[in-house]
Design a protein around this ligand. Sequence first.
Ligand code: ARG
Length: 461
Amino acid sequence: MKLWGGRFDKKNHPLFQKFNSSLHIDYHLSLYDILGSIAWSKSLLECNILTISEQSKIENALKMLIEEIKINPTKMLDSNVEDIHSWVEFRLVDMIGNLGKKLHTGRSRNDQVTTDLKLWCKSIIQDILICLKKIQYTFVTQAESSTHDIMPGYTHLQRAQPITFAYWCLAYIEMFKRDEERLQDAFKRVDISPLGSGALSGTFCNINRKKLASYMNFSQVTQNSLDAVSDRDYVIELLSIASISMMHLSRFSEDLIFFNSGEVNFIELSDDVTSGSSLMPQKKNPDALELIRAKTSKVYGALISMLVLLKGLPLSYNKDLQEDKENLFSAINIWMDCLNISILVLQSIKINTSSCLEAAKKGYSNATELTDYLVQKGITFREAHHIVGKIVLEAIKRNDALENLDISIFKKYHILFENDVYEKLDMISCLNTKKSIGGVALDQIFKNIQLIKDRLSIKSI
Ligand code: ARG
């Protein structure tokens, strides 16, 4: 069954029919297609194309169809129609007869499909915003319990300066906050109704498009129908936000895989998010995190394929646009799954406080403080840097931390070293020198935790 056929003498080849069909993908839009159709029927009533009783019959039948779909969301997959729009119309005609054939007056599948997809995007954006809030909440909870867990911070994957596990958590909150903001911004552009654009140049029906948009909870209407039926920028925007956010999840995964490695041993991942080896009984592998890292590539793939799909496409609607949904649906599902799995992993991490502290000490991550010590005593920074470099070299040769060196060794390199140098080298005092906004000093961390909790509306514990 088709929505067209009058000008054709021959039937479609079964191979082409299968190739052309999008029902197996766009059936996910069924509820939005029906909601858009109910809204459209109201506009048809307002411009006297439908009578009150006709509109109410159509609306009631469509509402019954929603109930049918809620009971069996994949029921349409048994049919061999071209797409979800065709399926809804045929079911309507089954239910109320010829009257159902009036519904498509003045409407095209071109404005219909992008309306459905925007409604789907609006709903999924709300779901993802909740996941992004949850992951930030999980990070801040983890941060609150690890404010004193000192570990090395890295540059070039070399131990650089001491930080705390809490500070590492707060860094990721910044990233997911930006993802949240990007998504809220993108929402504004998704929230513009294309319905009433017709095939490409508008509709002959004298409908009030703003009223029609409000029936579907859109806050604005598109201003050019040629653009409205061709536009898939919002799909690209969503995929690019997903890609950036997946990059954050992938870096998070990589950090944790490293922290969890036998060589580093800063954390232990819980049994419920790790797997074993079929051969090596001792293994406990960070599969969840490795999969997040891998699945990131699929989301990038979806973004790239959408950019390529659109780049040479002439205005306005082309069937190429049918291929927008499969990648979008799968990428968004991956993103949500990875956010939820990351939350699980994070909730169950055990921090190995002593290995973290030992690594921070052994890594000479307090060498910068030793330089600052000399600078405060009047030595130029460059000279102090050189002297401390020499002391670090000696400590490496002795295989000892800076704070374990005898004062006589410090004095060998500069007479201004006194016993107060050991306070400077203490890890907590190293942290507390970084008092600037965004720094690692404990006070700053506590302030930041409070700000985040207020933003996420979490009551103080
Ligand atoms: N299944 C189509 C899609 O997803 C619906 C629009 C079809 N429009 C058309 N003129 N053939 O894009």
